[in-house]
Design a binder for this molecule. Structure first.
Ligand code: SF4
Length: 366
């Protein structure tokens, strides 16, 4: 498959690994932002190809993982309401809330359905005029255009029984929160290529300059990741701190202008709570006031729900690159994908699940 297979080429990967080993002369710590990149790194054994002085830490780029506990509780409360048809992508159903998850609401008779697109939820609203159809709109900038399209289309079609429980988060403010923390150890970033496909990378340019940190727009195949690491190391070793875009087969500097325009029309920037991290200013999207009639939090009066994180889970430290998943005392026992204690063990993009599935164990590497 063009633009995929060549980025899985083992010979090319070995060449980049050798370039990295040759370039590195000092210890460096690099964070990949996206959970998809984390999975490629762990699944492909990229960690093992790198010199010991180069540390990869895993960022907050898994949307399921950073969705606050209280939002899961709000989803559970709405899904449990009689007359509600609650829709979501599949991986949100198993994320534990304070007391239960969406799957247990479904098991108890709630109308909870998995959809593959917010437009599927909108069609369900058309087909079920007697129900209040809610879509759990979780994600980064990548999923915002599709969710904006659904709300825009609902207005166009005059649909009154469609709502979104919105928890969009934005990558650049999270990177800034990590960089400005006194505990920060990240010296370079691999930016998430799919986020940049939508938003472009102009927002990263002032970040790179202000914090003197290289930012490399990176894809998701093994050669993409190794290339991104090599570009980051090359900058670190030479004292540069710029934005580079080796993922240019997909990403343009300005991103996808029509998608950005649609996002701007439907959403406004707002402060947003990140699970395990706390509130980051201007780090999310909310529906604009003129689209408030589609806001599930307003429709179902769940704004007062609050929740406390379980103390055993160190997801917040994992998501900021301060700890690795296997350094969590609960990793592997009692926390497993079958019995997750935190979102990073549930989601297919979660760092804890990646370490678990691909054989990283405390007793083997820790
Ligand atoms: S291993 Fe489980 S408890 Fe530990 S940080 Fe990951 S999700 Fe949380």
């Amino acid at each position: 498959m063009k633009f995929v297979e060549e980025y899985r080429d083992s010979g090319l990967a070995a060449q980049y690994a050798e370039k990295i080993r040759t370039a590195v002369t000092r210890p460096w710590t690099i964070m990949e932002i996206c959970g998809g990149q984390t999975h490629t790194i762990v699944k492909s054994g990229i960690d093992g190809l790198l010199p010991g002085s180069l540390t990869l830490v895993h960022g907050p780029g898994c949307p399921v993982c950073v969705t606050p506990l209280e939002l899961i509780d709000k989803a559970v409360a709405i899904a449990s309401t009689p007359g509600v048809l609650f829709t979501s992508f599949g991986d949100m159903l198993r994320v534990p809330g304070s007391e239960r998850d969406l799957l247990s609401v479904k098991a108890a008779g709630g109308d909870v359905r998995i959809v593959y697109s917010p437009l599927d939820a909108l069609h369900l609203a058309r087909q079920n005029p007697g129900k209040q159809v809610v879509f759990f709109a979780v994600g980064f900038e990548t999923t915002a255009p599709a969710n904006a399209t659904a709300v825009f289309q609902a207005r166009q079609w005059g649909i009154k029984n469609f709502f979104v429980l919105c928890s969009h988060v934005l990558v650049p403010p999270a990177m800034e929160a990590i960089l400005s923390s006194p505990l920060n150890r990240v010296q370079a970033f691999l930016a998430a290529g799919h986020v940049c496909t939508v938003m472009g990378y102009e927002e990263y340019i002032p970040l790179a300059a202000r914090y003197r940190v290289p930012i490399v727009v990176t894809g998701f195949e093994p050669v993409d990741i190794l290339q991104g690491i090599y570009y980051a190391v090359r900058q670190l070793e030479s004292g540069h701190a710029e934005v580079e875009n080796p993922y240019s087969r997909i990403v343009r500097r300005e991103g996808n202008r029509p998608a950005r325009e649609l996002i701007r029309k439907i959403f406004a920037v707002t402060d947003r709570a990140w699970r395990g991290i706390g509130i980051i200013p201007a780090s999310g999207f909310r529906l604009r006031d003129e689209f408030a009639e589609y806001d599930a939090e307003k429709k179902f009066s769940v704004r007062g729900i609050r929740a406390a994180e379980p103390s055993v889970c160190i997801a917040g430290q994992v998501l900021q690159g301060l700890k690795k998943p296997h350094e969590c005392p609960a990793f592997g026992s009692p926390c497993t994908p079958e019995h997750p204690l935190g979102a990073p063990m549930v989601s297919s993009e979660g760092a804890c699940a990646a370490y678990y599935h691909y054989g990283f164990r405390r007793d083997s590497r820790g």
